[in-house]
Write a protein that binds this ligand. Structure first.
Ligand SMILES: *Cc1c(COP(=O)(O)O)cnc(C)c1O
Length: 382
């Protein structure tokens, strides 16, 4: 056997032993919250399509129309010929929604953070990121070459202490955090974080992947903290917006610099027309249907009330079970009951905190939420 194949086999066997091997499971998303896996229909609590917009007739029609008008691909980097007219329209729309001067659309959330952070910091600078921040924030920080330190989760005192050391040393500093934490569903204290950044002359990037479309009347977490200054308001179009792609909103010069320098914008093909049009149509639906926007949080709260858990702050509720093997057993138990809740294991979450990560959506009926609560109840006593 060649050595590369032997290497892979050995790594896989070690992951298997620790219940950490991952495999892809073909999943067909059906109507509402239903999915089909291995021939079975399940109610999914593991999709981030919080507003059920990925299958919405208006959104689908917009995507189809864009393919008919502009074709399937952007054809080049946006800086060459890939800047099709829908991109500028979407950027203007997002900037208005976020109350910013300008916006830049990226190919995905991962690409956005991998490009934005190195645009503003480099060797000698300091990035301070919440220890639970999304993997792509760490990737962007690492790519930047800046020194990167975690601060304790949602701990503004710890952040301030680290900022004070950095500012005494005269370093350029960027603070990065999720607005809603993707695996825990809690919300960052953006008011206090923003004040600490201002006090120490640091810039603030907020990744609002799970806030947009769900919190703050759909505009995201920043709205929950009036007065908070977010220099780089980033988010994705792949969750509540129901499609693919991402954005950052900021001042016009900041966006201009990103468009000239972010390598994940400059050296990659523009977001396809269909995804861009779908996002525009999704934003129309969000504007027109406040009750849809309110639904995911209401469903999540119904669930936490039913089980006497701390009140849900977002559409994401974790059920932390500890060992990876326990989370896998719980997921298998729920699946036997017709409910899909994928086990989340290290390294996505810290060792010893494997969990079911439940995502609530406007597509869930109250009856489905109640059924989930009854299925999860025995696992809480573990
Ligand atoms: C999902 C997610 C991303 C990545 O977004 P994609 O568009 O899927 O690449 C980034 N940040 C957070 C917090 C996320 O949850």
């Amino acid at each position: 056997m060649d050595t590369l194949t032997a290497f892979a086999n050995e790594k896989l066997a070690r992951m298997e032993d620790r219940s950490l091997r991952r495999t892809l499971k073909p999943t067909r998303r059906l109507d509402g919250a239903w999915v089909e896996r291995e021939g079975r229909r399940l109610v999914s609590f593991s999709c981030n399509d919080y507003l059920a917009l990925s299958g919405h007739p208006v959104v689908r029609a917009a995507a189809i129309r864009a393919v008919e008008t502009y074709g399937t691909g952007a054809g080049a980097s946006r800086l060459v010929t890939g800047d099709h007219p829908l991109l500028g329209e979407l950027e203007a729309r997002l900037a208005t929604l976020k109350g910013a001067e300008a916006a830049c659309v990226f190919g995905s959330g991962y690409l956005a953070n991998a490009g934005i952070i190195p645009t503003f910091v480099g060797p000698g600078d300091l990035v301070l990121a919440d220890e639970w921040a999304h993997a792509c924030i760490w990737a962007g920080a690492k790519l930047s070459g800046a020194e990167t330190l975690p601060f304790r989760h949602n701990d503004v005192a710890d952040l301030s202490a680290k900022l004070a050391i950095g500012s005494r040393a005269g370093r350029r500093m960027l603070v990065a955090t999720d607005g809603v934490f993707s695996m825990d569903g809690d919300v960052a204290p953006l008011g206090a974080i923003s004040a600490a950044c201002e006090a120490h002359g640091a810039w603030l990037l907020v990744d609002d992947a799970h806030g947009l479309g769900v919190l703050g009347g759909g505009s995201g977490t920043a709205r929950l903290f009036p007065g908070a200054r977010v220099d780089l308001a980033m988010g994705t179009l792949s969750k509540a917006i129901g499609g693919y792609g991402a954005y950052v909103c900021a001042s016009a010069p900041v966006i201009d610099l990103i468009k000239s320098r972010a390598r994940t914008l400059v050296y990659t093909t523009g977001l396809p027309p269909a995804n861009t049009a779908a996002a525009l149509a999704a934003l129309d639906v969000i504007d027109a249907e406040p009750e849809r926007v309110a639904a995911p949080l209401a469903r999540a709260r119904r669930f936490t009330v039913a089980l006497d858990l701390p009140e849900a702050q977002s559409a994401v509720v974790p059920i932390i079970l500890g060992e990876a093997s326990t989370a896998l057993e719980a997921a298998a138990d729920l699946e036997r009951r017709g409910l899909l809740a994928v086990a989340i294991r290290p390294p996505t979450v810290p060792a010893g905190t494997a969990r079911l990560r439940l995502a609530f959506s406007a597509a869930h009926s109250e009856e489905q939420v109640d059924r989930l609560a009854e299925a999860v109840r025995p696992w809480l006593a573990q």
